[in-house]
Ligand binder design. Structure first.
Ligand SMILES: NC(=O)c1ccc[n+]([C@@H]2O[C@H](COP(=O)([O-])OP(=O)(O)OC[C@H]3O[C@@H](n4cnc5c(N)ncnc54)[C@H](OP(=O)(O)O)[C@@H]3O)[C@@H](O)[C@H]2O)c1
Length: 257
């Protein structure tokens, strides 16, 4: 028996899987989106079923317009409602390249997946939420964007990623402003260094930096750390806040002396 329904983009692995499982444990039905790794999506969906909830797997490239439409339509066809959109799917550049050499292909791909896709998916889902709200089918739906400390932290060897996440910061503000009148709060959860496949190539580098005190809380973050924040927001823990950024980064963002 499900209560509410969420779309979690990139819900198959990593942080997205953590969010899916935390929502499922609290009775949410979830659309688990992925791009290429079907096995991971199936594994996540099986875990949702084990938790007593319902999962719909939808393969869709968030960077492609027709895929985004299919994702939303499939969710509405299956569940008849969308109470939460989590814009989590994201990618690092396929190859880290100094900004003096960044290629246009990598720039375009990262921006399409990390910023343009989430922008137009949010637009599509927001319009659906407005209609569902008017019909009384959903009550105070919400949108949560998964940003990054890269929104304000310079990494010149993956500049296109940083720019995409900085853009997402404004995207959060824009939709928060526009959707408040419809009772739709919009938030951004900004993870720091989280242990997933995305960071597996730089484990040694980050181990050393964390050991040396990079973050006041000296450990890696885990998908569940991010998921807890998303669940709190999704369940209305901050009803009089919108456009808010929740840092889930072990204190990385603090200026220290
Ligand atoms: N890990 C960190 O330290 C960290 C820190 C700050 C922010 N973030 C952000 O958190 C989010 C999740 O990161 P993660 O570390 O969990 O990454 P991850 O382990 O690499 O997982 C990425 C997920 O996104 C999906 N995905 C990638 N491109 C997609 C596309 N075009 N369309 C649909 N799905 C797509 C993947 O599906 P497939 O498996 O099918 O490819 C997978 O489910 C990202 O937005 C990332 O920028 C991560």
């Amino acid at each position: 028996m499900i209560n509410k329904v969420a779309i979690v983009t990139g819900g198959s692995r990593g942080i997205g899987r953590g969010i899916v499982l935390a929502l499922a444990a609290r009775g949410w039905g979830v659309t688990v989106n992925y791009r290429g790794n079907a096995a991971a999506a199936q594994e996540t969906a099986d875990l949702v079923t084990e938790a007593g909830s319902e999962a719909l797997i939808v393969q869709a490239d968030i960077g492609a317009a027709e895929d985004r439409d299919r994702l939303v339509q499939a969710t509405l066809d299956r569940f008849g409602r969308i109470d939460l959109l989590v814009n989590n799917a994201g990618m690092a550049p396929r190859v880290r390249t100094d900004i003096l050499q960044t290629g246009e292909e990598s720039y375009d791909e990262v921006m399409a997946v990390n910023l343009k896709g989430p922008f137009f998916l949010t637009q599509r889902v927001a319009n659906a939420m407005i209609e569902l709200g008017k019909a009384g089918d959903v009550d105070r739906p919400a949108i949560v964007n998964i940003g990054s400390i890269s929104a304000y932290t310079s990494s010149p060897n993956r500049g296109e990623y940083c720019i995409s996440k900085a853009g997402m910061g404004m995207m959060t503000a824009l939709f928060a402003d526009r959707l408040a009148e419809y009772g739709i709060n919009v938030y951004e959860v900004r993870p720091g260094i989280i242990e997933t496949d995305m960071t597996s190539a730089v484990t040694e580098k980050y181990n050393k930096m964390i050991d040396e005190g990079l973050t006041p809380i000296r450990r890696w973050g885990h998908p569940d750390d991010v998921a807890r924040a998303v669940v709190a927001l999704a369940e209305g823990a901050l009803p009089f806040s919108t456009g808010e950024i929740i840092n889930v980064d072990g204190g990385f963002h603090l200026r220290r002396l």
